[in-house]
Design a protein around this ligand. Structure first.
Ligand code: BDR
Ligand code: CA
Length: 319
């Protein structure tokens, strides 16, 4: 089984990804490390604990960073995920005393050191927790088996950004953290908007999930009403893009994706802050800010959308 730390800001699509990961027989979820983003840090942490209790799941919840490395935190996108991050469904009181005694960056370090070369870290929010772990422990990166990032937009299929014309939310939320991660000695697979916006769960698919996937389907349907309305208003879709579950799919079904290899850098300041750029050519330049990257990066450029939807359904049907 693949040992996974899921770094997340639940979040409606984060929650759908957590349930999918929990249902995948190939995955052993060690812990959820939480991050500010879709709602406040307290809110994302409560939501991680809520899912654990509601679905009787076995993972640690380690609370992470509350602000980006160097910039100020933006406003939470309550118009996308609701005020509580879960589409404003009614939530019970959650006891925060059940969180892990280590903060997220230290939790990541301790698990990777306990299981060297065995832990995959899936990041589906700002990359601040992982960046902090790498700053605290400079020898950590080569001990991490793989990092899978839902983030960025590389211009394939016309995908350049969703929070600015040239930046995706998770990267724009902390571009310095993202650039640090992308230049560290890591093995990184990225599923950005290029592929996540190619997979759409429409209303009839969501109803099928609700009616056939008895454990998680009705809950997914309930929390995603708000997300569905947002996509309908903002993009005219009958359905929504499948962002964070793409990180899980990339681990369990890499055959559904086509990748391009080459180092990635992140624009950290100015009007294009948060823009992700991959260098796929091997051409040499007198000055090359990509050449010094120590990471092995693969960026997904194509996805088999029907294969994705079928597999997501199949896994949740037997959860
Ligand atoms: C990403 O931003 C968040 O709103 C989603 O949870 C996803 O991780 C998509 O840009
Ligand atoms: Ca997310």
């Amino acid at each position: 089984m693949e040992k996974v730390i899921f770094d997340t800001d639940p979040g409606i699509d984060d929650s759908m990804a957590i349930l999918f990961a929990a249902a995948c027989p190939e995955i052993k979820l060690l812990g959820l490390t939480t991050i500010f983003g879709n709602t406040t840090l307290e809110g994302t942490t409560k939501n991680a604990l809520f899912l654990k209790e509601k679905f009787n799941l076995d993972y640690d919840v380690a609370m992470g960073e509350e602000t980006p490395l160097f910039i100020r935190a933006g406003k939470c996108p309550s118009f996308v995920h609701g005020d509580n991050g879960l589409g404003n469904i009614k939530l019970p009181d959650i006891d925060l005393s059940k969180i892990h005694h280590l903060r997220a960056p230290e939790y990541i370090i301790s698990k990777v050191r306990e299981f060297p070369h065995e832990v995959t870290i899936m990041c589906v929010g700002r990359l601040t927790n992982l960046a902090k772990a790498l700053m605290l422990d400079p020898d950590l990166a080569p001990l991490i088996k793989k990092v899978i990032i839902m983030g960025g937009a590389f211009g394939h299929h016309g995908a350049f950004g969703n929070v600015t014309p040239f930046a995706e939310a998770n990267i724009a939320g902390d571009p310095h953290a993202a650039d640090l991660v992308y230049t560290s000695e890591l093995n990184i697979d990225t599923v950005g908007l290029d592929v996540t916006q190619e997979v759409i769960m429409n209303e009839s698919y969501l109803q099928k999930l609700r009616d056939n996937c008895h454990k998680a389907g009705p809950f997914i349907y309930e929390i995603s009403r708000f997300y569905y309305d947002f996509h309908k208003k903002s993009a005219g879709l009958d359905g929504f893009y499948v962002h964070d579950s793409s990180a899980v799919m990339c681990l369990v079904r890499p055959d559904l994706y086509t990748f391009e290899e080459g180092p990635v850098r992140v624009v950290c300041t100015g009007p294009a802050a948060g823009h992700t750029i991959q260098k796929t050519s091997t051409k040499a330049y007198p000055k090359d800010e990509w050449a010094s990257s120590k990471a092995l990066c693969k960026v997904a450029v194509e996805v088999n959308a029907q294969g994705f939807l079928d597999h997501y359904f199949k896994v949740l049907e037997v959860f």
